[in-house]
Design a protein around this ligand. Sequence first.
Ligand SMILES: Nc1ncnc2c1ncn2[C@@H]1O[C@H](COP(=O)(O)OP(=O)(O)OP(=O)(O)O)[C@@H](O)[C@H]1O
Ligand SMILES: [Mg+2]
Length: 228
Amino acid sequence: MSNPEPLLAARDLTKAHGRTEALRGASVQLRSGEILAVTGASGSGKSTLLHCLAGIVRPDGGSVSYGGERVDRLPERRLSELRRTEFGVVFQFGQLIPELTALDNVALPLMLGGAGRKEARERAGEWLERFGARAQGELRPGELSGGQAQRASLARALVTGPRVVFADEPTGALDSLASEQVMSALAHTARATGTSVLLITHDAQVAAYADREVRLSDGAVAPVGVTA
Ligand SMILES: Nc1ncnc2c1ncn2[C@@H]1O[C@H](COP(=O)(O)OP(=O)(O)OP(=O)(O)O)[C@@H](O)[C@H]1O
Ligand SMILES: [Mg+2]
């Protein structure tokens, strides 16, 4: 079988947080339209890897390539443009804007992209609906449960139609039935639009939605094989 050029490729990434070497030569590739699960013990470097791939953190060494671009070398301006237009990120700890309602949090990326408030809020409502959080649209993040905040974060990451979604434990606060609903909505959207997804999870049931799984161990990646 041919091996198509990956959409996103990290090679030999290293990254230290103070004296902790979070990444020690991690390499991973994400193909177009692929859902890739990244698993590994707590502290193995999964979030650090995601932040480097999404251009949020610069690695100390190695490279991150997206299309023809070296993400690790891009100027801040181009990075924020890339994050706004092509990437959607679901952070491990939500990071919704506390002053805005759930609906306005989801609408914000559209408005930053130039959409009017009314249209942005309509589309935001549809995405909240898809992830089962429409009823919480007028609540602020401080009034949401952990699982409701995760649903809103997923809606916010997907609302602009990104090419790559980076999701850091997006179902960590959900029970298994709710995880199934949220993952099914995420996988369905990704399949329907050809969106690539890098999905960090501890949950084998969630990893089963992926085409492939890689495991991080002490800051480096080991392939696990096909999970489906
Ligand atoms: N901002 C930071 N400052 C200092 N150390 C950090 C920081 N972020 C991460 N680390 C350290 O780097 C290592 C990797 O952290 P990372 O958050 O990438 O792990 P993880 O695999 O996502 O863990 P978890 O499953 O618990 O979320 C850990 O030892 C952690 O303590
Ligand atoms: Mg983490």
